[in-house]
Write a protein that binds this ligand. Sequence first.
Ligand SMILES: [Fe+2]
Length: 249
Amino acid sequence: MPWLYEPINVYKPVAANIGIVDGPFEYLTVAGIRMPLPFTTRMTVVRLRSGDLFLHSPVAFDQSLAEALETMGPVRHLVSPNQFHYAHVGEWAKAFPDAVTWASPGVRGRARARHADVVFARDLGADPPEEWEGDMEQALVPGGIFKEFIFFHGASRTLILTDTIINLELDKIDQPWRAFTKLSGMYHPFGQIFFGMRLPLLVQRRKAKAAIRKIHAWRPERILLSHGRCFEGEDAGKALRRIFGGPPS
Ligand SMILES: [Fe+2]
C-alpha cells in the first residue's frame, strides 16, 4: 500500500509563523474518470503579520483541522498557485466565507469545465498584494498550462512550491507508478522540475531566467513542496543549483 505523510490533517510548524499540513490521498482524474493513482499533497500555512492565515493549495477540508487553524488566526487567504491545485478551495471558502479566494492563471476556466463549486474573487499577480507584501514575495514560473506562482516567506527563508519541483519518495508509491516515477526522474533525493513544465521552460527561456534569478536572489534555506519530501537547510540550496543551475546571467 502507498504511504501517507502521517499524521495527516494536522498543522506541523517548520519555523515561526509557517507550517505544513499533509493531506489524505488524492487521485488523478482524466476526462472525468478517477485513475487508480493515489498521490499525496501538502498545504502550506503562513501566519501573516496581520495575524491572518494564508493557505497555499488547501488540502481537503477537515473540520478539526479548520478548528485548529482558527486558534492561530482568521483563515483569510485561500490560494490556488496553479490551475491544477484548486480542488478544495471551494470547501474552505464555504467554511470561511470571509476568506479571499485567489486565482492562478487559467484556474477559473479549468474549474468551470469540471463543474467545481468555487468562485475566485481575486487574481494573483506579478507582485504580492498589500495583504502579504512584507511577509512574502512571489513570482510566476512559466510552464505553459503548468505555469505556477511561487512564494518566498522572507522571515523563515522558505520557498513555497507546488509542482515546480516534485520529489516523490519511491517507497511510498505502489507499482506500476513507482516505475513511472523513476523514469520521470522526479523522485527523492533527485527531485526534478515537473516534466510537463520542462519544454515550456525552454521555450520561454527569458521568462524562465527571470524567475530562476529571483529564486536564487531569495537564497532559500528551505523548500516546501506539494508532492514528496521537502528540502531543508543546505539541501535546499544544493537542490536549486542542481535543478536550475546557478543564477543566470
Ligand atoms: Fe500537483
